[in-house]
Design a protein around this ligand. Sequence first.
Ligand SMILES: [Zn+2]
Length: 452
Amino acid sequence: MDPVVGDLEQGDVLVEGTTISEIGASLDVQADDVIDATGMIVMPGMIDTHSHLWHAPLRGASAGFWGFQEYLDFFVFPIRPRGRAVDVYAGTYVGAREFIANGVTTAVDFCHPLMTKDTADAAVRGLKQSGLRAIWAYSSSGSQGPDERFDELFAYAPRLLEEHFGDPDSLVSMGIALTGHITAQASEENRREVEFARSHGLQMVTHSNSVNHVQSFYDMGLLGSDIIFAHANLVSDVELDLMAKTGAVLSTSMQVEQSLGYSVTALSRAVAAGVRTTNSIDSLTMVNPDLLGEARATYNVTRAQDGQRERDEGRLPLYRREHMPFLTSRDVLALITSEAARALGMWDSIGSLAPGKQADIVLLSTGPFGRGVGDAAVHVVTQAHAGNVDTVLIAGTVHKRGGLPVGSDPEGVYELNMAARDHYLEGLRSTLPSIARPGGTAVLGDRATFER
Ligand SMILES: [Zn+2]
């Protein structure tokens, strides 16, 4: 994935401290520790540009929802106000550890339970303890929308920045999750958030679920390369040109968008327009944080779109012509590595394996069934899965080795995560059965079942 180093059929990577110091076909060095990667694919750690780690206690709870409104009405609105500091702490920690186990080494954590200063502190604590490299994006959204309690919640932001993010060497930096609503356009609240973020150099991320959302940011003079637009399935070609012109980023959560029945992804259109484009998991309540699976979904869905376009334009049967199919495996792999690093302004330090970069490294096992034919990127996108993630390093620290987690978790944190599930479900039980329909999804762990 690195344009200078290129791909080595076989090689060694030397890590010193937090960084990669050398890469070569055969390095002649004495190392304190040697990780044998024979038969494995060595790749940069994967990068997710929009997810909600605090959702971890409720994994699967939103699976089978149909349409974004069900997700809002029966999950987001009832659940967000219920997160106590301990729930948000445990969820964030456990969610981050699952990301790491799956080979994700950097994430943008869109943190939007209904905040108190305590829940915000707890989220940051969980994230820092996890070892994940992350941008912790703070949300000032009220429980029902952007205009409720904004002033009070937004006032925490400078304090949080000062108290938690003074160390430039920390793996966790602060970002801003722009407040919004399903039908919202850019607002005066957004203007204040953007001004605050830009005055401190903070990354921003926003949900983009409505027509003309990007245009409204442009009209207010807010569009810029430091804003990630998550989803943006309804973005127009004119808006994509505005994003390309300003450097604004698209983050597509292919699996979540498809499962909720969103309009079909704008990803290929965005790439064609020159928009910086990335992938993300979004909510752990719908899919697990397997970015390899997300990349594969992206690969397949964009090819399905390509085929549909060819048929719509009368080119049948399908035949290969220039730029068709539009995205290769390597293009898709870039969405979760190099392109994502560039989108976050972190290309100098992550997103590829190169001397001087941070040692965020994933080893993918290919055994016992063997590596696929051809380009390693083809294998990674079409054959590999999270179960192949053998070893994970973040900033030189080994977090997973031989397929097993390394290091000890804070005592009782997984029990706290299950206790958080119970606490959230107390609030869900009164509402979830009301959406049950024949053929709907089924079971919330072993705690509750939809009525049919
Ligand atoms: Zn989201």
